[in-house]
Design a protein around this ligand. Sequence first.
Ligand code: SAH
Length: 271
Amino acid sequence: MVYPPKSSRAKNGSVAAGKVWLVGAGPGNADLLTIRALRAIENADLILFDQLVSDEIRALFPKQVPHFYVGKVKGQHSIEQQDLNALLVKKARAGLNVCRVKGGDPFVFGRGGEELLALLAAGVDAEVVPGITAASGCTTNAGIPLTHRGLAQGCTLVTAQGEKEAALNWQALASLNHTLVFYMGVSRAQWIAESLINAGLDTNTPAAVIENGCRHNQRVLVSDIANLPALIQLEAVTSPALIVVGQVVSLAATLHVPAAGFVETCQRLSA
Ligand code: SAH
């Protein structure tokens, strides 16, 4: 495997083109970074990172390498997507190895696909480094298998912040018998629960919220779909948090085994 070389000068003295690495940093713990992600970070000339990249991972950025926050907090963009794409192109053309670090996996609700399209369209050398997406890392870490024989034959990842809410087919979601994982849903828990129940989902269906999954301050709150929104409000759950709905959530009580040396809070509450 070839890892990114430091930016270099071509033999004729002109600046050789750089490369952009779209790196998935996983859900939070530094030891859930892939080796490829860490190598890309260590070999970067410039690091541009998102809000979801945890402090623990930021601490691994080499001190001498400039790094800038280019994330998006809901309703508050530090830099517009188009400007960011243009910046990536400009820096790569200037000969830098740019490491664009994103939470989870770059291609799961992370606009990594859009960034890669823009880079390839501009003729910039680019590569994507897969990361553990929140749905996978956070549920497993919370003792909730995404699939489990007899309980869930599949899982469906959904954004609660879609451009067109109407595009969500609640009837289909409610009848799939899949584990449903909602990203960006904590402020819309009431809407999610009502929509699923109105579409026929049993009100007793187990449901959980995982706040700061795979981080030292992880909280896992377990309830059922009817009561989850009240629990989220009562416990003042904040982003980043995932909502997980399905029979597999009931396994958390047995399967949640905190990793060795990993301090975390796990609350199982019934509202
Ligand atoms: N690309 C990311 C997702 C970006 S969308 C990935 O693959 O995971 C941002 C949403 O992801 C958050 O609002 C939250 O719903 C979820 N998320 C990301 N990291 C999380 C974490 N550590 N704990 C809980 N939810 C998380």
